[in-house]
Design a protein around this ligand. Structure first.
Ligand SMILES: [Zn+2]
Length: 399
């Protein structure tokens, strides 16, 4: 598939849609997570009273303009300026937004939604460091955000649907800094001691990684012959949302302690990382083999950060075989494998290789990669990983 520009579908307002929008907002406005900061110009309001919202600073410019500034939760930080807010007005009003980032570069392209499920891209204009765009405000709120909003509730709704249809265990693994639950989803077959580990959302704004994790997980938990064969040989541990505080707070990258979780897999100082590490240790104590891990992220392009095949892990060619087969299966798409070894940095894939002598990869989707393609690629990737791991299992057992 060629590198497509984002395609979003525009929704038109209707009375029916309006009532759906209100109920969606009621659900989103969990009082525990609301921040209720607002910027007003007469009857026009910018609001950040919903989970994932981020509106750091705002001022009025003239009659129908707002200047907003994006600021990180703390520094130093990898640049990933996130924003999410909603706009409402008592009557239809065209509003111009001027957006700046304090000390960093813009990353996420503005998107608009009335219902938090269908998003359209917003035309913008860059002049120097200022990004500007027009929004039509109305009585029913419209959301403006750097990416589609995938909040903590999204994971709960998604996972409970998995639970409804399949015999999958869904439990609390631990708690975040602010006490939010960290959920694990598990597929466990008695007599099976090999594990595939899937991890997501260490970095809150990396939504395209989440958009890949959902179909990937659905594919490995599906009722297909391949997935059933796979689950008979391998257990699966999924921690889809390891940074729920960062997600709720609309953080650029860190957890509620201001720490990058993907630098903590060496010192294990953060409760989110501690919970997963302790559980993996528990599995090992019980005789498990952790065979492979995939950690979902986003960056500027689609790339797979791997451990080098000569790093000394078991099944040294597992990842190369998998990604080569993925490359062969997807037309007009080149799978970029980027092997790397960063000892002492506290990155999850390195931790997994060092502690368990197994491959782990960082599965990175581009910020602007076509959403349908992310979905399609994740399904093919999940199927080809299962095939490759089953093939390896056969060789190891000699059957
Ligand atoms: Zn990341």
């Amino acid at each position: 598939m060629p590198k497509l520009v984002l395609i979003y579908f525009l929704l038109l307002f209707s009375n029916l849609l309006y009532s759906q929008t209100l109920s969606a907002i009621d659900n989103a406005a969990n009082p525990e997570e609301s921040k209720a900061k607002a910027c007003h110009i007469g009857h026009v309001k910018l609001l950040d009273d919903f989970p994932t919202a981020r509106l750091d600073w705002c001022e009025r410019i003239g009659d129908k303009g707002f200047r907003i500034k994006l600021k990180p939760e703390n520094v130093p930080i990898n640049s990933s300026p996130w924003y999410a807010f909603k706009i409402v007005a008592q009557q239809p009003t065209k509003v111009q937004i001027f957006m700046e980032v304090d000390g960093y570069k813009h990353r996420y392209l503005p998107k608009l939604s009335s219902d938090l499920s269908t998003w359209s891209s917003v035309e913008f204009h860059d002049e120097g460091k200022v990004r500007s765009f027009m929004v039509e405000a109305n009585v029913s709120p419209r959301y403006i955000s750097g990416q589609e909003i995938v909040d903590n509730q999204t994971y709960i709704d998604w996972a409970s649907n998995l639970n409804d249809t399949k015999n999958i265990h869904y439990q609390i693994l631990g708690r975040s800094v602010q006490g939010r639950p960290l959920y694990k989803i598990e597929s466990k077959t008695s007599g099976t001691d090999k594990w595939l580990v899937l991890l997501g959302r260490m970095h809150p704004p990396e939504v395209t990684g989440a958009l890949a994790l959902f179909p990937f997980v659905e594919t490995v938990l599906a009722d297909t012959t391949l997935a059933k064969r796979f689950r008979a040989k391998y257990n699966i541990l999924i921690v889809p949302n390891i940074n729920p505080d960062g997600v709720a707070m609309g953080n650029w990258r860190h957890n509620a302690n201001g720490v990058d979780l993907n630098r903590d897999w060496k010192t294990f100082e953060q409760p989110e990382v501690q919970s997963v590490h302790a559980y993996l240790q528990e599995l090992i104590q019980a005789g498990a083999t952790l065979s492979m891990a995939v950690d979902f992220h986003s960056t500027r392009k689609d790339v797979f950060y791997t451990m080098p095949s000569n790093y000394g892990v078991n099944q040294p060619f597992l990842v190369e075989n998998w990604l080569n087969s993925l490359d062969a299966k997807v037309d007009d798409f080149r799978v970029i494998q980027q092997p790397g070894n960063n000892p002492g940095k506290g990155v999850f894939k390195q931790y997994f290789a060092d502690f368990y002598q197994s491959h782990a990869i960082t599965y990175e989707m581009g910020d602007n990669t076509n959403r349908n393609f992310i979905d399609e690629l994740a399904q093919v990737a999940a199927n080809s990983l299962m095939e490759t791991m089953l093939e390896n299992n056969k060789e190891l057992k000699g059957d």
